[in-house]
Design a protein. Structure first.
Length: 320
């Protein structure tokens, strides 16, 4: 009888511990899924795969990168927004897509659909030409466009993509007009430029640097406040007289319904992974600029961009 009571007591204590808030909120205790709203082999996918390794090292749990492309990122981002808000399904949140899609159409998500954990990478927009072209700078590009209104073509990863928005901003600032040729991804843009089927390529810096390796690819300028440390020889658009900044901020988001406690736990893990020395080194080798922006500041940055894109939409609606 005494032995039974002791065993019963131990089981009761175990039950209390298992149901206690500290035990129940232990994080992470199972695999994590990191959703990429675009196809494999692009700049966003690379960011995710490099970061997934750091997440695994810091969490001690497997991390699966799940590509869910389509509709300019809407399929993948809406998947994250609808997921169980337990911190085990996270998504790469891209600008401008997370902001431009809800502006241009009735989307399955908007910025309020996500708890923004932290930004990881700042991949600014660039404009490039084939090295055989007599266009050596952004000023040359603008002059060529003015001489031949709507005669020059530019390729992007799609309508409303970072490259598309970037060129609309330059068109507005410089008073020029080019013809947009949207593709399914920047890999197709690279092929089109190097085969001279388009005049200009709009791509993020990490992609442009990769595409230029061993090819006749010339990057004219980067849409960043200062020259990038990964490409110090590429001038900013501001140096040509156009103080424009655009490109892709890539961060981590969770479903908006996540609890404050779990969001805090996720943020702590993301911060540790973002400061992982191997991740920083891998990102540097991949020519991706790390720019960690914590949640509240990240949210403010995206809200500011949202206001900017709403104003751009009124004068240059990008899906029409």
């Amino acid at each position: 009888m005494h032995r039974f009571c002791v065993l019963s007591g131990l089981l009761a204590i175990h039950s209390v511990i298992a149901c206690s808030p500290a035990f129940a909120q232990d994080f992470p205790h199972k695999p994590i899924t990191l959703v990429v709203p675009f196809t494999a082999a692009g700049g966003t996918d690379l960011t995710a795969r490099l970061f997934a390794r750091a997440l695994e090292r810091q969490s001690g749990q497997p991390v699966t990168v799940l590509n869910k492309p389509g509709a300019g990122g809407e399929i993948g981002m809406s998947y994250v927004a609808r997921s169980e808000p337990d911190g085990y399904t996270l998504g790469i949140i891209n600008t401008p897509n997370v902001l431009t899609i809800p502006i241009e159409r009735q989307a399955q998500f908007d910025l309020t659909s996500f708890a923004l954990i932290a930004n990881l990478v700042d991949d600014p927009a660039t404009f490039s030409v084939h090295a055989d072209r007599p266009i050596l700078s952004i000023s040359d590009l603008v002059e060529a466009a003015k001489r031949n209104p709507e005669g020059l073509t530019y390729g992007t990863a799609g309508i409303g993509s970072a490259g598309h928005i970037a060129m609309l901003m330059l068109e507005q600032a410089a008073g020029i007009k080019l013809r947009h040729v949207p593709f399914k991804g920047t890999a197709d843009v690279r092929t089109a430029l190097l085969s001279k089927h388009i005049d200009i390529a709009a791509a993020n810096l990490s992609e442009a640097l990769a595409f230029s390796q061993g090819s006749r690819w010339r990057t004219l300028g980067v849409m960043k406040a200062t020259r990038s440390t990964t490409a110090p020889d590429v001038p900013t658009l501001a140096e040509a007289g156009y103080a424009l900044q655009a490109g892709s901020l890539r961060g981590i988001g969770a479903p908006a319904a996540i609890t404050a406690q779990r969001q805090h736990q996720v943020a702590a893990l993301i911060t540790k992974a973002a400061n992982d020395p191997l991740f920083i080194e891998d990102a540097r080798k991949a020519e991706q600029d790390i720019r960690v922006i914590p949640g509240d500041e990240y949210n403010r940055a995206l809200q500011e961009q949202q206001t900017q894109f709403q104003a751009l939409w009124k004068t240059s609606p990008w899906n029409r």
